[in-house]
Ligand binder design. Sequence first.
Ligand code: NAP
Length: 282
Amino acid sequence: MRSRVVLLGDPVAHSLSPAMHNAAFAALGLDAVYEAQRVPPDCLAEAIAALRAPGSLGANVTIPHKERVLPHVDRLTETARHVGAVNTIVRLADGRLEGDNTDVAGFLDPLDHNPADLDALRDTEAVVLGSGGAARAVAYALLRHVGLAQLTLVARSPKRAEMLAADLAPFDERDALIVRPTAEGGAAIRAARLAVNATPVGMHPEEDATPWPHADDFAPGQIVYDLIYRPRPTRLLREAAARGAQPIDGLAMLVGQAARAFERWTGRSAPRSALAEAAGLL
Ligand code: NAP
């Protein structure tokens, strides 16, 4: 029987995930298919119940369901429980469904390699722009895996950022988390060794936009990491690099989160170059 993985989201039409995972299945000669399934919120329970059927390997979950799926699965990995969001559902051998979050490890991938070793970030300051689902995974990753002196959430909706900070407080052992409205974020950006864009500002087709128009705040010695992978580079990364900062774009995270999901569904090591090539990003 052909195995099946679905992407549960709304909208899903422009997702790169079907091309990426189908290329990875083909590269390993696996008889499996990945299909995007547009699921409005009132159909979510039914769509998740269908994942229990034999032949199903599981699912990816995207906007707007990453938080809504939590009560519908049988158990959560520690990471998914802590972050409060699921991007991957795995059908276990006994038919139960486990929610996982592979965005956290995907985000850390490019920091874990040269030139920006995670250790070099210890005791430094970082900024995350945004307070949505991706910001949640990024802030959790930084709190758990880097001993930062300060982590500032710079957001246009400080109330949402305060809620995120409150949710992550149990993992903030060094009392590093603070929130600043965008208008007051300049000092934190200038002091940051790492600045992460977790907003969609600057994403195709709005390529002239930038989440931080004050490019003079960037300087050599900083890492500026934009989760956006289209375009590569974004205006933010172009301007930061022009001031000597080290740019990192969203491709490695996209491939990293996909690779881990693939490994959870199949038990096989993911062909990362097939994933990246199929995304049209190499
Ligand atoms: P989300 O949950 O919708 O959150 C978006 C955040 O950006 C919110 O805090 C929102 O503020 C803020 N924002 C939106 N428009 C803004 C604007 N014009 N000015 C200032 N802030 C603005 O989205 P998400 O899932 O976190 O995704 C965020 C970005 O990360 C997207 O570009 C997505 O493609 C990217 N991403 C990349 C990967 C990867 O693998 N590379 C993985 C996940 C996400 P409000 O709260 O005020 O609305």
